[in-house]
Design a protein around this ligand. Structure first.
Ligand SMILES: [Mn+2]
Length: 377
């Protein structure tokens, strides 16, 4: 049995410029991910044979020298412990350029560095007591010809484990620079497991006897690219693939959609957000709906920010001013009728819950009318 840690899209060296003075501190922490993985990788009970890095190890093709040295030292420690380490360049850390990290450090790169730009006969390796055939390529601008979709090198007839690794877009032709792949052709090539990188959301697909997996990005790259925080551990025997997903890292970015209609005033909203306070959390609150109070996001940020690593608001709320309500109530229009009806419900009921529902319906309805006006005006 061969036990493989499938990594991809770590994007080391990525920096969140919007964090301002704390960006450097955040990047330093984020770049420690390989170091923090070491104890897990090297634990004897893990019996790990292979670490596969399927592209975008670095955010750019020219990461800072200190970062490269730290990463190489970490990988070297794994190699020294008897683990086979294979690195496939990606599109962020593209090998193409003469000053690419893989061109400059290639001679010293720990373990195996994939450099062939086109599909080639597999590497033959003995790993974990198994015969391993490894198929891959390094996307190289100008040299890699996918011609629509990549035609992968077919599995050789020898018995053993047939493992492939590609950094590219599966079943999606972008038209951009990069490596377009299809699950159909990869399965037809006859591989047991295809380790994929490029898409940051984890994904698993079974096509015939072939298992195709995007490990996903462990760490976040902002609010629109939130990390999965999990490790992909693959156990392989000829003809058998087992994939285990292991929770590894607390996901530090979070997007919260919050309908503001449910809060009577700012204090209620603050109480709600304080319940999420966490000095390690980067939180984006997307406020929606209709506010019955005047919302001041800057003041809110000022009061709450110190309870989070980072806090920001995206405000798409509509403010319903009491004067507007009174004006609409006088109109002989659909919205006037709507306002009068709900006001009547609110006035005539003694039930607190019914009152609250009527008030909420009124605010949401007015927000919908106001948004409708916004779209047409
Ligand atoms: Mn990536």
């Amino acid at each position: 049995m061969l036990r493989c840690l499938h990594l991809a899209d770590l994007h080391l060296g990525w920096s969140a410029a919007w964090l301002g003075p704390r960006a450097a501190d955040y990047a330093r922490q984020r770049d420690r991910i390989l170091g923090s993985l070491s104890a897990w990788v090297l634990a004897p009970e893990r019996q790990l044979d292979l670490v596969l890095i399927v592209g975008d190890l670095f955010e750019t093709h020219r990461p800072p020298a200190a970062l490269v040295e730290a990463v190489m030292a970490e990988l070297q420690a794994w190699v020294d412990a008897g683990i086979t380490v294979i690195t496939v360049p990606g599109n962020h850390d593209e090998i193409t350029y003469h000053d690419s990290v893989y061109q400059r450090y290639g001679q010293r790169w720990p373990g195996i560095l994939i450099t062939n730009p086109m599909p080639a006969p597999p590497l033959e390796l003995a790993v974990g007591g198994e015969k391993l055939y490894f198929y891959s390529l390094a996307y190289t601008g100008g040299l890699t010809k996918a011609d629509g979709f990549l035609k992968p090198f077919p599995r050789v007839p020898e018995p053993g484990i047939h493992l492939a690794a590609f950094h590219g877009s599966l079943d999606w032709q972008t038209g951009e620079r990069g490596l377009p792949l299809t699950s159909e052709l990869l399965a037809a090539a006859g591989y047991d497991y295809v380790a994929l990188g490029h898409f940051h959301k984890p994904k698993r697909l079974q096509v015939g006897a072939t298992t195709l997996v995007y490990a996903g990005a462990i760490a976040s790259k902002g609010f629109s690219d939130i990390g999965c925080g999990q490790l992909t551990l693959v156990s392989l025997q000829p003809g058998t693939v087992q994939v285990d997903l292991i929770p590894w890292l607390d996901v530090d970015h979070q997007v919260l959609e919050l309908d503001i209609s449910r809060f009577a005033d700012e204090e209620e909203l603050i109480t709600h957000l304080m319940a999420l306070a966490d000095p390690k959390l980067l939180l984006q609150v997307q406020l929606q709906g209709a506010a019955s109070f005047l919302l001041d996001c800057q003041a809110l940020t000022g009061r709450l920010a110190r309870h989070f690593y980072h806090l920001e608001f995206v405000d798409t709320t509509v403010h319903v001013a009491p004067a507007l309500l009174e004006r609409w109530a006088q109109e002989s229009t659909i919205r006037g009728l709507f306002v009068r009806r709900l006001q009547k419900v609110w006035q005539e009921t003694d039930d607190e819950w019914e009152k609250a529902v009527a008030a909420l319906a009124l605010r949401r309805g007015m927000a919908a009318f106001l948004e409708g006006e916004g779209q047409h005006g």
